[in-house]
Design a protein around this ligand. Structure first.
Ligand code: PEP
Ligand code: MG
Length: 322
């Protein structure tokens, strides 16, 4: 098996009927890039920048961030790199930022909500990203977007810093795509409206599942409700992909589900363009996709989306892909 995987390391990813998708990796630090390349990653689909901010006594400087982003972009040599802006709060705390104690941290002041209210934190990150853009194929992604206004505000700050940097004489790429994570149901439901304004979507199923099922992803007692294959989740994913394609945009996924062997045939059939997963899942996923017919999976789409339970979906996929 390992030998078969190794042969596919530097190959693009095609289904058995010749349809191409992109297999990318999720990373947390520049040191993770070597493992991505060793495992045949075609890009970085999610760079979680939180690690730059964690385990410290103060905010990382613009310069420190610039070095990290530049390093990732250079190592990837022009392959796409999606960097997610700071997603702090929820389960991720920063002791030096003195965030409020909240009754429901996952429904509270986190990610883009925090960044839009704390420009002294957000702007240096945007500047570091823009400066690093000159060294590769950068795409900027905002987390936890619930409304169009949030996206517009975040993008306006990015453009504002871009203009400022150019006036200061910095080289900034003119081809930076700006997209969002779709991990809140309001955004998945109104993907059509978002698709007119964003350059891409990346579906964050880790959060999208907990918010859609109203089941805390850390709470054992309700973990039975944490169902990636629930038709509610699949219909939201379908809506997001359709909306993107109608506007000529691409849709990826960077939640755990993207590397799951039951989910992969479903997502292929729904038309997902980019699958971002842990590096070690890439070669197994490429091998699996090579044997799947996208046309066949697409033909099952309506049937799967109409099913009543996750269990039915799993049974169906097992039967069709064995
Ligand atoms: C997600 O929510 O699916 C995601 C990728 O983000 P995180 O796991 O960092 O919340
Ligand atoms: Mg998330």
């Amino acid at each position: 098996k390992k030998q078969e995987w190794a042969k596919l390391k530097d190959e693009p990813t095609f289904s058995s009927d010749g349809e191409q998708v992109e297999l990318a990796a999720n990373i947390g630090t520049p040191e993770d890039v070597a493992g991505v390349l060793a495992n045949g990653g075609e890009g970085i689909g999610l760079y979680r920048t939180e690690f730059l901010y964690m385990g410290k006594s103060q905010l990382p400087t613009e310069e420190e961030q610039f070095d990290a982003y530049k390093s990732v972009l250079e190592q990837m040599e022009g392959k796409p790199v999606v960097v997610r802006t700071l997603d702090i709060g929820g389960d991720k705390e920063l002791n030096y930022l003195d965030l409020p104690e909240e009754l429901n941290p996952f429904l509270g002041f986190r990610a883009i909500r925090f960044c839009l209210e704390n420009e002294h934190v957000f702007r240096p990150q945007l500047r570091a990203l823009l400066r690093a853009s000159a060294y590769g194929n950068l795409k900027v992604m905002f987390p936890m977007i619930a409304t169009l206004e949030e996206f517009r505000k975040a993008k306006a700050l990015l453009l504002d810093e871009k203009e400022a940097l150019q006036k200061e004489g910095y080289d900034v790429s003119e081809n930076i795509e700006v997209g969002i994570m779709v991990e809140i149901p309001s955004t998945a439901v109104t993907a059509k409206q978002f698709a007119k304004e964003v350059d891409f979507f990346s579906i964050g199923t880790n959060d999208l599942i907990q918010y859609t099922m109203a089941a805390d992803r850390m709470n054992e007692q309700v973990s039975y409700l944490y169902q990636p294959y629930h038709p509610a989740i699949l219909n939201l994913i379908h809506n997001v992909i359709e909306a993107a394609h109608q506007e000529g945009k691409w849709a990826g996924m960077c939640g755990e589900m993207a590397g799951d062997s039951i989910a992969i045939p479903i997502l292929l059939g729904l038309g997902l363009d980019e699958f971002s997963m842990s590096a070690t899942s890439i070669l197994p996923a490429r091998t699996q996709i090579l044997r799947l017919s996208k046309e066949e999976m697409t033909a099952y789409k309506e049937q799967i989306l109409s099913m009543g339970t996750a269990e039915e979906v799993v049974e169906f996929i097992k039967e069709k892909t064995q």
